[in-house]
Design a protein around this ligand. Sequence first.
Ligand SMILES: [Zn+2]
Length: 336
Amino acid sequence: MERRTFLNKTAKLTALSMVGVNSLTNSVAASTEDRYLLNSKNSTAMGPIPDYQNVTTVVKLKGKEVKVHALCTGTVAVKRNFRTKKGVGELAKLNILLDKHYTDYLPIWVWVIEHPEGIVVIDTGEISAIKDLDRYLAKEGGFLRYQFKHAAKFRMEEKEELNYRFDEINLKLEDVRLVALTHLDHTDGLKFFPKQEIIVGDYEYNHPNANMSSTYPSWFRPNKVNYLPDRIEVFQKAYPITSSEDLLYIPTPGHTLGHSSIVFKTDNFDIIFAGDTSYNQAQVLHGELAGVNADYTKSKETYNNLVKYATNRKTIYLPTHDEDAGNRLKNSLFLV
Ligand SMILES: [Zn+2]
């Protein structure tokens, strides 16, 4: 979820919502997206909280077995217009605030690869401190807190935080070699990695959509990386995370302008750990954009690149808040 983009873009629009533009914005609807909403299994707002179990699978890398884990660190329900764009242009942002309906509680996945070059973690998950938003965002100003509280609801317990999840899969946080952030929003679990190398895209770091840096640990100094040319088909540019270049940090802008995903090229298929590129796989296949996006055009281009890439190579697509991502990882279900 990209709270920064949402908060930034909706600041001026909130004022409008208070002077009666509700009927105007409700009349602007994108038919494809509405159809999806009607058909969505999430049309019941905030149903029972699903129990997203850890998933561990084994892939082959140069003939050797490598474990990949999906760990769920709590759940979040977001406004349905946050997940699914409704309305044209900036009205889509306003419609998020006006929406009274929430999705069901969605997972907040963290991905762990027991790579031969060292354990790699993708994004840092959620922490239970988020439940007390007034305290957690105390230094970010009341207006931001107000909007954040009106876009997302978190449900999680301390035992769902990453240290407990690591215990469950018999790994130690201190053994992690590198943490790759898809964007500067999946940072709440940074506290678990004070000694590790943390990478984030240089552009993402220098052009954040808004700044909520009070939530970062004081020691947070990520390695700001730049993509190198001609490293991967379709996406072209990539920053190699491993020297074997089987783990690549690739540009997938849209949700934020500097958003990246991570491609893991195994012997038999690829896995794309996609952050908030979309909320789920269906959105990419149907061309359905999320409401919360820094750039809808770039988001659509990223969707096209994902489908093109997955057409050439068997690819498992794993966004952070996808309810079915654990299942697809476990059963090797491909994007196309
Ligand atoms: Zn996000």
